[in-house]
Design a protein around this ligand. Structure first.
Ligand SMILES: Nc1ncnc2c1ncn2[C@@H]1O[C@H](COP(=O)(O)OP(=O)(O)OP(=O)(O)O)[C@@H](O)[C@H]1O
Ligand SMILES: [Mg+2]
Length: 493
């Protein structure tokens, strides 16, 4: 009997960036109709490996076969030869902000060209409308991509890849910006394509997703394979986390650093997120970790941005104890759009958050002060970079997020407002960031996080505020249980 060949075979792949050995002699195979999870901590080499596969960034050595095309991994022009066989949804968004949704989805797709090779706009609009219906999305083909939220943009990129009709699809952290509801739609579509024989490489730091969707797991650590093609059955999240980190990772528990009736650090009074929405009052007290939770579009992000002074409320007041706003450290939801400046180094990006703290009497920045502060913050947030001068665009996705976090801490804030603080961050670094937030709370800071993850909320928050239709509908304080949290969160849908 003839054996069925894997659809992708990669052999002896190595890749070095300057002094960083991102991949060392890696073998990787993908079977037909398989969903293969590629795991590893931040900077392990996952994105580098799949970029070699798709030809986005060729490697230094090794050989690759995709379907019937064989080539050397150091070739610079194989991407074009395998275009019909592979689609790659990258970790960093690749949408054109000034083009419409329909143009972003189909401009490069031959399906919308007529027989003279011209793009048919009618066909493009029709195809986009059908896709939106299939994916249950409320977006018009003519909307500009730049006007969509991070989750919708991410879904669009995935839709684009999935509708190309290729046999191999790479999804690099596809759910990082997605809500639970959006994630459901994605998983349904992926399963549908898998049944039709499409193969997936799936990268994610949400280990629970792996058990829901993947068949096989390969784990990279420091650019090397530490587990190859293991079946998902028989594995659990703890084992995966330990293999990724190379050491035991322990899940930490919530702590309570609130004390009595301390005066609030920040108060919102009669705040209306929209001109006709109900009024919101909320106080943030020292030592408190508050989670704002609720479905997509509930207003939880808007409320966080209003509290952070990043967005003006339609009506109402946000102020500190003496009328002025306290110093607030802010972690935005879309790090690629507003979190960092890619061409600048780690040092400059972190220091940008605190120019006035670092400036001396004459407005000059003290280099020594900057060095010690930036080193401390990047250590606390576990940023892995070859040096503090490495450009942030060259960091792995998770490490970019940690830089954004470090920047928010730079001004020595009294309040931290963090939207999806651990997006794209590996399990080990996540625990480190949780410990950091608890430590800040123990020092009397007020912490506000916006999160879609029940685990994250229950590990952090002493108070969970459920937001729905631009108002606060529910609240849990103190010693709540996970079951209650799930019930309360589901209550608001
Ligand atoms: N263009 C580049 N220039 C220099 N170094 C790079 C470049 N791209 C990646 N690296 C380095 O290669 C290593 C592997 O990065 P990679 O992006 O593959 O990690 P990853 O496993 O995808 O991590 P994450 O989970 O954070 O996305 C990292 O140390 C990273 O800093
Ligand atoms: Mg990556």
């Amino acid at each position: 009997m003839e054996q069925i060949r894997p659809i992708v075979e990669m052999r002896g792949i190595s890749k070095t960036f300057g002094s960083t050995r991102a991949l060392r002699d890696v073998d990787f195979t993908l079977e037909e109709g398989e969903i293969h999870a590629l795991l590893g901590r931040n900077g392990a080499g996952k994105s580098t490996l799949v970029s070699a596969m798709s030809g986005y960034t060729p490697a230094d050595t090794g050989t690759i076969r995709i379907a019937s095309t064989e080539f050397n991994a150091d070739g610079s022009s194989y991407a074009a030869r395998i275009r019909g066989d592979i689609a790659h949804v990258q970790q960093t968004p690749q949408m054109f902000d000034l083009l419409s949704v329909a143009e972003n989805l189909f401009l490069e797709n031959d399906l919308v060209r007529n027989r003279w090779g011209m793009v048919s706009y009618t066909r493009m609009i029709e195809k986009t409308e059908k896709l939106m219906r299939d994916w249950n999305m409320d977006i018009a083909p003519s909307d500009l991509a730049g006007e969509l939220g991070a989750g919708q943009r991410q879904l669009l990129e995935i839709m684009k890849a999935l509708s190309r009709g290729v046999p191999v699809i790479i999804l690099d952290e596809p759910t990082a910006a997605l809500s639970n509801a959006e994630k459901r739609v994605l998983f349904d579509q992926v399963k549908l394509l898998k049944t039709a024989g499409v193969s997936f490489v799936y990268i994610s730091h949400h280990l629970d997703e792996i058990f829901e969707i993947a068949d096989t797991v390969t784990i990279l650590r420091d650019g090397q394979v530490v587990k190859s093609r293991a079946s998902v059955e028989g594995l659990d999240t703890e084992t995966l986390a330990n293999l990724m980190m190379g050491e035991k990772t322990t899940r930490s528990a919530r702590e309570d650093h609130t004390f009595g009736d301390a005066a609030p650090l920040l108060s919102a009074r009669q705040v209306q997120l929209k001109p006709d929405s109900p009024k919101i009052d909320i106080d943030v007290r020292p030592g408190e970790i508050i989670a704002l939770a609720g479905p997509v579009g509930s207003g939880k992000e808007d409320l966080a941005m209003v509290l952070a002074g990043q967005q003006a409320p339609a009506r109402g007041q946000v102020s500190g104890p003496n009328g002025a706003l306290p110093t607030i450290g802010y972690v935005p939801t879309d790090r690629h759009a507003s979190g960092y400046v890619g061409i600048l180094g780690v040092r400059e990006n972190v220091a940008l958050g605190g120019l006035e703290v670092l400036s001396g009497n004459f407005g000059f920045i003290s280099k020594a002060k900057e060095d010690s502060l930036v080193s401390r913050l990047t250590r606390q947030t576990d940023v892995i970079a070859s040096s503090l001068d490495q450009a942030v665009s060259q960091l792995s996705g998770g490490n970019q997020q940690k830089v954004v976090f470090a920047r928010a801490l730079c001004r020595d804030p009294q309040i931290i407002v963090a939207l999806s603080p651990t997006r794209g961050v590996d399990v080990g670094a996540k625990e480190q960031l949780y410990a950091l937030l608890r430590d800040l709370a123990s020092k009397g800071l007020g912490v506000i996080v916006v999160s879609d993850e029940e685990d994250e909320i229950s590990q952090l928050a002493n108070r969970v505020v459920i937001v729905f239709e631009d108002r606060i509908v529910d609240e849990m304080v103190g010693d709540y249980r996970m079951e209650d949290l799930i019930l309360h969160m589901e209550g608001a849908t």
